[in-house]
Design a protein around this ligand. Structure first.
Ligand code: SAM
Length: 275
């Protein structure tokens, strides 16, 4: 008899998937953590019954969070990831030779521990000498940082529980302070089908702080609606004005320099959210 996991993406809609076995489950200090082996998507991390990442489609999200800002900035050396305990964004950051240090601050050490154990191809670079892994609240880390980072990536859970503060205007103001004078940040910003208000509010808040603010999209089949949004805020460099020579060779499965541009071309109903 097959077991199925369903993520309710709204009160009235969800996705369901066949589960071969549960690899680990526990209630951590911050959230319910499940690591399951699915038939379709391989091993998958769930937090509070929400899909975080899977072996089969993780590359889309991790490449798009990392490479858009890292190719936009002409010389990214010091990078911060807020959240990101599965290690996928760190793996992508390290493909950029200019990066000297990548700091990861995730509030839940158990996510890091079990990602290393069950998602080695995603978490495998967390031990790299250029990486500084800290277990702590990203909101507090940002609050005590000033003029330090070239690029900041917010790879957090949904704006509930421990991540609720990571979608506030105060947090984005803190990010601006933590960035250098030509810094760039990207934040995962959920989806335009079910979270239009969130996207509209985040764009409004970020526009009041960053001179260059935009939204780009990617297809992530295991995330709510499959259409995922990323907010970018930049103090100086425009993500759509990247010099051709900046695009050095890197190994990717989704990101390309053409897609870097195309991802910012929005469907009409999404354009209306960011006006
Ligand atoms: N790609 C996923 C998405 O878009 O929903 C996010 C994956 S990553 C595993 C999310 C991480 O955010 C979790 O490991 C969680 O512990 C972390 N997190 C939530 N709130 C946080 C906070 N205030 N400070 C640092 N990390 C936080």
């Amino acid at each position: 008899m097959s077991i199925w996991f369903t993520e309710k993406q709204t009160e009235n809609f969800g996705i369901t998937m066949k589960v071969n076995r549960t690899l680990h489950t526990e209630q951590t200090e911050f959230q319910k953590l499940d690591m399951i082996e699915t038939e379709e998507w391989g091993n998958m991390l769930l937090l509070d019954d929400m899909v975080m990442t899977s072996q089969r489609d993780e590359f889309v999200y991790h490449e798009m969070v990392a490479h858009v800002p890292l190719f936009t900035h002409p010389n990214p050396e010091n990078v911060l990831v807020v959240g990101g305990g599965d290690g996928g964004v760190i793996r992508e950051i390290l493909k950029h030779p200019s990066v000297k240090k990548a700091t990861l601050v995730d509030i839940d050490g158990k996510v890091i521990e079990y990602s290393k154990k069950f998602l080695p191809e995603i978490a495998g670079m967390l031990e790299d000498p250029r990486v500084d892994v800290q277990v702590g609240d990203g909101f507090m880390h940002i609050a005590k940082s000033e003029n330090e980072y070239d690029v900041i990536m917010v790879d957090s859970t949904e704006p509930v529980g421990p991540a609720v503060n990571l979608f506030t205007k105060g947090f984005y103001a803190g990010i601006s302070k933590a960035l250098k004078e030509d810094g760039i940040f990207v934040a995962q910003s959920d989806n335009p089908w079910f979270k239009a208000d969130l996207i509209r509010d985040v764009q409004r808040d970020v526009k009041e702080i960053f001179p260059i603010t935009s939204l780009y999209l990617a297809n992530i089949p295991t995330y709510p609606s499959g259409l995922w949004a990323f907010t970018i805020g930049s103090k100086k460099y425009n993500p759509l004005e990247v010099a051709e020579e900046r695009f050095h060779e890197i190994e990717t499965k989704y990101y390309t320099k053409e897609l870097h541009q195309a991802a910012f071309v929005l469907p009409k109903f999404v354009q209306d959210l960011v006006k």
